[in-house]
Design a binder for this molecule. Structure first.
Ligand SMILES: Cc1cc2nc3c(=O)[nH]c(=O)nc-3n(C[C@H](O)[C@H](O)[C@H](O)COP(=O)(O)O)c2cc1C
Length: 372
């Protein structure tokens, strides 16, 4: 199977991408007081120089209280916005494209244990997980403010030159706290069945869309799994997934970023399509797949203290790449997000393209300690 499948151009709502490789959004905590500095500029520029088609930034807070650590970047306040403007210029100068991921952690704020954060956590029902009460249910005014913060963040990102915005609706954070029945017990229009629970996200997307206009790529990332419960699922069959996605498509999502921990795993019985495959099939929208591309341990393991792969282990061989290329060639999904492999080696795309596989620097959790 030829790697050339990964190097075909792609158009995403008018945005011309040179190839199918996306840098997955990855929180790095290197932006003191929320301001990305010269090291962050160089970090993203390196990935553009290395041949990434579309960089997605780390999760970025659109308002105070949206982040769970003090060094998570902001997209509010002049210093942070100017910091991001420099990142965008550097990526564009290197011939790359970059989208900003907008992130509101909601009830997950308290899970970090930091006392330096500026606002109390907001969440649909004051729950971080089943039976884990951390606050009070959001008022309508707080819901309106959060929606406005996402829209304002999207508008700021567009204003400083970002090529796209991705709304983070995955991994048990605020939007996912609305999606997930275990954390959304509301009895107003934001709660109820699976479709009712998409109301908050749909309002976020609709409001962002109104602000950025029709010709600006707007992505939504979602996941079945949550760090609160890796086995949690929003949709247990294709019919449910279709009902879940329909209001989000109608609200104006251009592409879905389907977060899975292992891209090769089938989502539902009876088909080998993964979550990105089903999402594309059910919505007709482009999708991004992700999860352990070129790696054999899922990304949560370094954080749980058991990497599985030892540094000596040869993770240089690009594992499962044949399977990935086969699924891409078949049209299951359009774009492929790479996370840890790109942290370890910013030139991953060029090395794969040129067959310099043995030169790829392997990922170990040590890579997370520096911003290279
Ligand atoms: C250090 C680190 C930080 C992450 N931060 C985010 C984030 O801010 N937003 C997000 O949606 N996913 C985040 N993720 C998940 C990645 O985007 C990606 O889905 C995951 O790493 C799987 O891809 P991989 O197996 O290629 O690493 C993070 C992952 C890592 C390793």
């Amino acid at each position: 199977m030829s790697v050339s499948e990964l190097f075909q151009p792609f158009r995403l709502n008018g945005l011309a991408l040179a190839n199918r490789i996306v840098m997955a959004p990855m929180t790095r905590n290197f932006s003191p007081r929320g301001v990305p500095g010269a090291d962050v500029v160089a970090y993203y520029r390196r990935r553009a120089e290395g041949g990434v088609g579309l960089i997605l930034t780390e999760g970025t807070a659109p308002c105070p209280g949206a982040q769970n650590a003090p060094r998570v970047p902001h997209i509010y306040g002049e210093a942070a916005v100017q910091g991001w403007a420099k990142v965008v210029s550097a990526v564009h100068a290197a011939g790359g494209h970059i989208g900003m991921q907008l992130w509101h952690v909601g009830a997950a704020q308290s899970s970090s244990g930091s006392s330096k954060l500026p606002a109390a956590p907001v969440s649909p029902s004051g729950l971080y997980g089943p039976g884990r009460k951390v606050g009070e249910p959001m008022t309508q005014a707080e819901i309106d403010a959060a929606i406005e913060a996402f829209a304002q963040g999207a508008a700021e990102a567009q204003r400083v030159g970002f090529d796209a915005v991705e709304v983070h609706g995955a991994h048990g954070y605020l939007i996912d706290q609305f999606f997930w029945g275990a954390t959304n017990h509301r009895t107003d229009r934001y709660g109820g069945d699976l479709v009712d629970r998409t109301q908050f996200a749909a309002e976020v997307i609709r409001t962002c869309r109104r602000r950025v206009g029709p010709g600006f790529p707007l992505l939504l990332r979602f996941s079945q799994w949550k760090p609160q419960d890796y086995s949690a699922r929003l949709a247990t069959n294709p019919a449910e997934l279709r009902r879940f996605l329909a209001p989000l498509v109608a609200a104006g999502v251009d592409a879905f970023h389907c977060s899975t921990r292992r891209f090769w795993e089938p989502e539902f019985e009876g088909s080998d399509l993964n979550l990105a495959g089903w999402t594309k099939k059910l919505t007709g929208r482009p999708t991004i797949t992700v999860g352990s591309v070129a790696l054999d341990t899922d990304f949560t393991e370094p954080f749980r203290g058991a990497t599985g792969a030892t540094p000596e282990e040869d993770v240089r061989t690009v594992r499962h790449l044949d399977r990935l290329l086969e699924m891409l060639a078949r049209g299951d999904f359009d774009l492929v997000a790479i996370g840890r492999a790109l942290l370890a080696d910013p030139a991953w795309p060029q090395k794969v393209r040129d067959g310099r596989i043995r030169e790829i620097r392997p990922f170990t959790s040590k890579v997370l300690e520096t911003l290279f």
